[in-house]
Design a binder for this molecule. Structure first.
Ligand code: ADP
Ligand code: ZN
Ligand code: ZN
Length: 750
């Protein structure tokens, strides 16, 4: 009897490739039992034997011939999804993510699907009639007197179009849930699991229509024409929309999206998490009623519903934070990334992807335009445009000709000398604040450090307060009366005496936002001051309230961290103070200048947004720094033209490519040894022009009891970077007491 054909496979047999959500470089092959062959499909999840366990994985492809060279192929146990969660494009995109970022395909798939979708959150068990209403009512009529309660259940179901939950049904019929179950046993009703509601997204109540009436400025019109040409061409087109704050970039996005939606397409708009405010969303919703919003703070069920409305094609526009780049839009025609230079577009867990680069890849695969918008473009985007691989469109002027606010630099060294001591608010800033407050205007003070004092030390022996688990100095929070570690959250009461020598004189140095509030209160006792940082903004509500108070003028001075650096638009703010521009400048990171330039520019953008104009005061110990100088002149181009050659000289991005390998563990000796072995493996792979630095202790040498070493790989291009990493794959994948992290195109060097 011949069971197998010549290739060794059953006629009509199917074989599945499965990716598991683990840091694995490969997929695994399985046989598909005949009973499952009608159910399985690429993009669906399956349960399969993996080692000794039963694991959930993603079927990424199917084939009718068995994988060569494998005897005794195991079989899939079950198919989980009725419909594929991912189409072929999303499978291809996630595969690219896994290869590019050195992660497992399954990890990338998992990352592309919100947890609410994976766990089917929001789907409900509903009860339906199992027969036609007429039949069911007729049968129930025969139940007689003792069946009155059960009959009520059937009548309720018959009067209702869709299904009802057990509790809802019982309440409406006026019976207990055991009666409902009794009806189900009769076979007249049945339970069905109903996926989260799909369909047209709920229409929000009408919102104030934003700026739809005006005509575009000439600059905006030209920008839109170029974007439209790219849309019409139906090709991949990366576009950098470089426009100063208030130049009307958002208006250009809106009209480009309009064009795509009118032609039946969908668009994804990515904004930094912090900008995803109701204000932003309603500005889009005013133009596009069928909007889906995706971000990590959504309840799982809600997110599942939004995701389904995108997948079914009923949402025209998706607006969301980083992970929305994986929105399963079947008719995607345009991707917009606003504030593309923002670091939050990079994910800091595996897969460590950058949404900008995923967007560009998605655009390439689908042949659609991708617009990157920014007032201070990432040097990566800018350099790509300079090299001719991206179109650059400039919006150099604000709409309605509003001037950019002048920026005054205060030399804090001179201030210190003149005032014979350390100063928090310079005379210049105090003067500007007094002027503004006197006219009933408002002030924003920015400092990217929270707490009261960021450093405590013993005056006698030099002891420094450090976290017991991290190599980090403790920050004193006066309102909580605690000293805290900002990395692991460790907190303890402030020391009454030096733990080393017993000396009573422990001193506090370094200022944080809490200290600034104190200082403002001392200088302007009549002004009402609010603080916005992650200590005070513990709920979404506190955030909304703080902003409302400021908008209504109940607060005159707003002190905060990066939380207030971006996006806020308050026309009555005429003075913005950067209390210390040096915080980001002094980080051991090759991007320190860029960070500082961005920060000063962004914060400055909060001033002078109304007709009253405004002024920005930047305090620094290094006023001569070119980044600060360029920011003060609102001169991004000068900054980029100075910074890029410096990066080039050192082989850093955007000119070269980088990967960072971090090894961490509790035993420092083991961490060091493992790092050295990785280094040796990388050396052996060595490719032309590739430079390997380290291992050395990372700038944050110990976090949560883990010692951290890192190795930096610099390469002239992605291919050589990737080939060097791949050849050390075995060591980079090793598990044990030393954890290994590979970060391709890293943003954090700490
Ligand atoms: P950006 O995104 O570049 O910061 P926006 O698109 O938010 O700029 O525009 C800044 C402000 O100018 C908004 O209040 C917007 O409504 C308004 N605006 C945009 N384009 C025009 C225009 N053509 N005429 C008048 N006002 C405009
Ligand atoms: Zn001491
Ligand atoms: Zn700590």
């Amino acid at each position: 009897m011949e069971l197998f054909n010549t290739t060794g496979s059953r006629p009509g047999a199917l074989y599945a490739e499965v990716a598991f959500s683990l840091p694995l470089d490969q997929t695994y092959s399985y046989a598909v039992p005949e009973a499952l062959s009608g159910l399985i499909g690429a993009g669906k999840r399956v349960e399969a034997p993996f080692g000794k366990r039963r694991e959930v994985g993603y079927c990424v492809s199917l084939s009718s011939s068995p994988p060569p060279g494998i005897a005794n192929l195991k079989s899939i146990y079950a198919v989980i999804d009725a419909q594929p969660l991912l189409d072929s494009h999303m499978l291809e995109l996630t595969r690219w993510v896994s290869a590019h970022y050195f992660a497992g395909w399954g990890e990338a798939l998992e990352c592309a699907l919100p947890a609410g979708v994976r766990y089917n959150v929001g789907s409900r068990e509903l009860i339906f009639l199992a027969k036609s209403a007429a039949e069911a009512l007729a049968e129930a009529a025969a139940w007689g007197k003792r069946g009155a309660k059960r009959r009520a259940v059937v009548e309720t179901l018959a009067a209702n179009d869709g299904g009802l939950s057990t509790s809802d049904l019982a309440a409406r019929a006026g019976v207990s849930s055991s009666t409902v179950r009794a009806v189900i046993r009769t076979g007249l009703a049945a339970v069905k699991s109903v996926p989260a509601r799909v369909g047209r997204p709920r229409r929000e109540p009408p919102v104030r229509r934003y700026e739809t009436g005006f005509d575009l400025t000439d600059e905006q019109r030209q920008a839109l024409e170029r974007v439209s040409a790219a849309i019409d061409a139906g090709r991949f087109a990366p576009i950098l929309l470089y426009g100063v704050t208030g130049s009307g970039k958002t208006e250009v996005y809106l009209r480009a999206i309009e064009k795509v939606v009118r032609a039946g397409g969908q668009a994804i708009v990515l904004v930094p998490e912090i900008s995803l405010t109701p204000q932003t969303v309603s500005r889009f919703r005013a133009r596009f009623p069928n909007i889906a919003v995706l971000h990590s703070h959504l309840a799982a069920g809600k997110r599942h519903r939004e995701w389904r409305s995108i997948q079914s094609g009923s949402a025209d526009v998706v607006i969301g934070a980083r992970s929305a780049i994986f929105a399963p839009a079947p008719r995607l025609g345009l991707v917009v990334i606003d504030e593309e230079h923002e670091n939050t577009f990079k994910q800091e867990t595996s897969p460590r992807y950058h949404a900008r680069d995923v967007a560009l890849q998605r655009g390439r695969m689908l042949g659609i335009p991708v617009i990157l918008g920014s007032a201070t473009p990432s040097l990566e985007a800018f350099h790509t445009a300079q090299a001719g691989a991206m179109e650059r469109i400039d919006l150099p002027n604000r709409v309605e000709g509003r001037p950019m606010p002048p920026i005054e630099i205060v030399d804090m060294r001179a201030e210190r000398d003149a005032r014979k001591g350390y100063t928090i608010i310079s005379r210049r800033l105090e003067y500007r604040m007094r002027e503004a407050l006197g006219r009933g205007e408002q002030v924003i003070l920015f400092l990217n450090r929270r707490g009261f004092a960021t450093y405590l030390t013993c005056r006698r022996c030099g002891w420094v307060g450090k976290c017991p688990s991290c190599d980090i100095t403790l920050t004193f929070h006066r309102s909580k009366d605690l000293v805290e570690c900002h990395y692991c959250g460790h907190a303890e009461p402030p020391p009454v005496a030096c733990p080393d020598c017993g000396h009573k004189n422990v001193r506090y140095y370094g200022i944080g936002t809490e200290r600034i509030v104190d200082e403002v209160n001392a200088l302007f006792p009549a002004a009402s001051v609010a603080r916005m940082d992650s200590d005070t903004m513990t709920t979404r509500h506190s955030y909304t309230r703080a902003l409302r108070d400021f908008r209504q003028g109940a607060t005159q001075v707003l002190v905060g961290t990066q939380m207030i650096a971006k996006g806020l638009d308050f026309p009555n703010v005429t003075v913005v103070g950067v209390v210390s521009a040096d915080v980001s400048l002094n980080l051991p990171d090759f991007r320190a200048s860029e960070r500082t330039f961005d920060l000063v520019s962004q914060v400055a953008g909060r001033a002078g947004r109304g007709p009253k104009g405004g002024v920005v005061v930047v305090q620094t110990l290094t006023p001569e720094h070119f980044g600060i100088q360029a920011a003060a002149r609102h001169d991004y181009l000068a900054f980029a033209r100075t910074e890029i050659p410096q990066r080039a000289e050192l082989g850093y991005p955007p000119v070269g490519r980088l990967a960072r390998i971090v090894l961490r563990g509790e035993n420092e000796e083991k961490v060091r040894e493992a790092s050295q072995r990785v280094r040796q493996a990388l050396d052996q792979a060595g490719a032309q022009g590739v430079q390997i630095l380290g291992p050395v202790p990372a700038p944050l040498a110990r976090i949560m009891r883990n010692y951290r070493y890192h190795i930096i790989v610099k390469a002239p291009d992605f291919e050589s970077l990737s080939s060097v990493l791949s050849s050390a794959r075995k060591l980079l994948r090793a598990t044990g007491s030393v954890e290994r992290i590979v970060d391709v195109d890293p943003l954090s060097m700490l």
